[in-house]
Structures are given as C-alpha cells and as structure tokens.
Design a protein around this ligand. Structure first.
Ligand code: GN1
Ligand code: MG
Length: 371
C-alpha cells in the first residue's frame, strides 16, 4: 500500500501535506508527517516496526499502551501541581480510524503512528555541558516516571536485550558457525585484534548480571535506548522535555540506560566516525550529565546502585561494540548499513570509546563519589 494511503488509515485531523523519511535510526523505518487544517497543524511519526529485531511487534504496542496509561496521568498531575520547573512531555499513540493501536499490512508488517513532541529537537551529539545536564535530567525524570510501573506489567521487547553475556554467546556462535566470520578472521589482522579485545573482557561482561544474581541490583523499568538523539530538548527554553523511541522500554537494569546515555553523549565524534583519534570520553560532559541525572534519580538510587555506575558505562560501550562486530561478522543482518564495512567501523568506534573510558576509570569513579 502506498504510504500516503496507509497514514490516512490513522485518525489524524486535517489533510496530509508532508510525509518524509527520517534518516537516523538503525532499526525501524520512520517517517515524519504533517497534517494541516485551516486553524492548526498536527505533526506525527509513522513507523514500520522491524520484525527481524522485534520478534513480536504487537507486544511492543501493548507495552507502549501500558506505559502511556501509567505515565500520562503522572505527567498531568505534575503539570497541574506545577511542582516541576518545566512541562514534561511524552509521545502518545495515535489510533487508527477503527480505534486500533496499530495497522498490520498485507505483508504482515506492523505500522503505527505516534505524536511528535512539538518545538523540540533531538541532537545527534552533545551541544555542550548545559545540554548534557539536560539529557541527564530527562533520563532521571523518565526513570522516576516508570519507577513505580510494576515490571510484570511489561514484557521484554527483545528477549535478553541488554544482557551482555547473551551477546557474547551470540558472538561465539557466529565465530564458530559462520563461514563468512571465519574468512574475515583469517584475512584481517584488525578483525583478529578486535577478537582479542573481546576475549580480554569476557569476565567483565558478566559484571552487572552477577550483581543482579547476588541481589545487589534490582530489576526495574528501563528505557533501553536512551542515546542522545532520543532525548528531546525544547527549542525555546533549552530544557529537556521528553524521552522518545519508547519501543525498548521494559524490565531491565537502569544501569544499562545510565551507561548507554553516557557512552553516546560523552563521545563528540558520534557512532559513525572514521577518524578514531577523535573518539574520546569527555569528562566535562560526563559530570554535567551525572549532575542532571542524580538530581532526579536520587529518589530511587541505592548505595549498591551507585557502586556499579562506572562499570555500566564501560559495559554498555563494550556491549554495543560487540553487537556491531558480531553483526559485521554475521553479514549485517541486524543493523541497517549504507556501506559494506559500516558495522565494522561502528564496532571500532565503540571499542575505542571503551578504551578511553577504561583509561579514565579513576577519574570517573572519583567524580561519581563526589556526586
Ligand atoms: C539501535 O535503531 P536505533 O538507532 O533506535 C539499537 C540500540 C543501539 C543503537 C545504536 C532495538 O537503535 O540498541 O544502541 O541502534 N536498537 C535496537 O545506534 O537494537
Ligand atoms: Mg531505538
């Protein structure tokens, strides 16, 4: 079905004037749409959920419904009491004209429409320490928002998503069974160096899971993908207003979120840099983010939680590098690519960032202890 016909199945007031693909995003197909009528305008986002990544997209939509039913009243109450220093926002599901949360097309693909946060921007990299602080505040506020959403009400969007040892197993299977992987390992010293990099960190990969098994860390609700361009900043006030990309919200360790946000915010070079000397972990941005985050998260963080903050930054960076590398070896099955070695390059960037984090361990730990 043509996209313009498809979006018209959803209940957005007005006439469609623009429908444009959105470039970023490694997983789903995303489009911006604007509907207008005489006196106002509605901006929405149309998305096709990637079935290769999300085995049950219908479950994603049930999650999103539960999440919004839980969070919207909390947000409204905050707004009414005017206890916050801003109006926090959150995307909303736009139903189809026959009142469904999504539409399944003739090929079995799931399409959904959500509202766009108006007058706000999600940047691809940190704009400075103020921005980093706001990103921290948004993630902290989001964690507070979902901290009382019972974990059993939400399903894991991708089974074992952000369980680092699982990615290690997946990687081992690829190395063992894929002839492409074997060939790449044989032919390239760099690929072998990356294999070594992973092997040196095998034990470390279990850190957070073991802390959870010992009962030191608790399963809570997490966002799952809180990178810098999933954090909306108000165009006029410069304050953070919302977390977007809510598909990966589910039960997990908030540590993975904390680390994931930092690994993306504190690396000016971004995930696609080809000049590795530009990939460094920026301590100023780190400190600003943490101040913003802890201001909100103090309400639920325990001492044990704090113990593992350094590890979480190092671990999620390692994990993402491992995921990119495994996908490269397997033949670019999971992450979308525009050129043949893109996933290899993405892995290089994350591994370099991981080294930069490791080299700053003492500084990071000291700075966390002061907060
Ligand atoms: C993927 O598609 P996107 O950009 O929202 C991935 C995240 C990674 C991210 C890295 C479901 O997110 O885990 O951190 O790429 N999402 C999924 O850019 O795997
Ligand atoms: Mg995402």
């Amino acid at each position: 079905m043509e996209l313009s016909l498809l979006i018209n199945l959803f209940d957005v007031p007005g006439c469609l004037v623009v429908l444009n693909p959105v470039g970023s995003g490694n997983v789903n197909d995303t489009f911006n749409a604007i509907f207008r009528n005489t006196f106002d305008e509605h901006q929405v986002i149309l998305q096709k959920i990637n079935r290769k990544v999300f085995p049950e997209p219908e479950a994603i939509m049930r999650n999103l419904r539960r999440l919004t039913v839980h969070a919207h009243p909390k947000l409204l109450a905050e707004e009414e009491k005017q206890t916050a220093d801003r109006v926090w926002q959150m995307p909303m599901i736009v139903q189809t004209k026959d009142k469904k949360d999504f539409y399944t097309d003739e090929d079995g693909q799931l399409w959904r429409v959500i509202t766009k946060i108006p007058s706000a921007t999600a940047f691809d990299s940190a704009q400075g320490t103020e921005h980093a602080l706001e990103c921290g505040a948004v993630l902290g506020h989001f964690h507070w928002l979902v901290s009382d959403l019972p974990t059993e009400q939400m399903v894991e969007p991708i089974p074992g998503f952000h369980v680092t040892p699982r990615y290690l197993r997946q990687y081992d299977e690829t190395v063992e069974n894929s002839s492409r992987a074997k060939e790449l390992l044989r032919a390239s010293t760099e690929v072998r160096r990356m294999e070594m990099f992973i092997n040196e960190r095998r034990e470390f990969a279990y850190t957070l899971q073991q802390a959870m098994d010992r009962g030191e860390l608790k399963l809570r609700m997490m966002h799952g993908d809180p990178k810098v361009n999933n954090i909306m900043i108000d165009n006029f006030t410069g304050k953070g207003t919302a977390m977007i990309d809510l598909d990966t919200v589910g039960p997990g360790l908030v540590h993975y979120d904390f680390g994931d946000a930092l690994r993306s915010i504190c690396n000016h070079a971004g995930e696609e840099e080809s000049n590795l000397s530009k990939v460094v972990f920026d301590m100023n941005l780190f400190e600003s983010f943490c101040r913003g985050y802890l201001r909100q998260a103090r309400q639920f963080m325990t001492d044990a939680d704090r113990e593992y903050l350094y590890d979480s930054v190092r671990l999620i960076t390692f994990e993402l590098g491992l995921r990119f590398f495994q996908d490269y070896l397997a033949g670019d099955i999971y992450f979308k690519t525009q050129y043949p070695e893109q996933n290899l390059n993405r892995a290089r960037v994350q591994f370099r960032l991981c080294e930069s984090i490791e080299s700053k361990e003492r500084m990071i730990r000291e700075s966390l202890a002061k907060l």
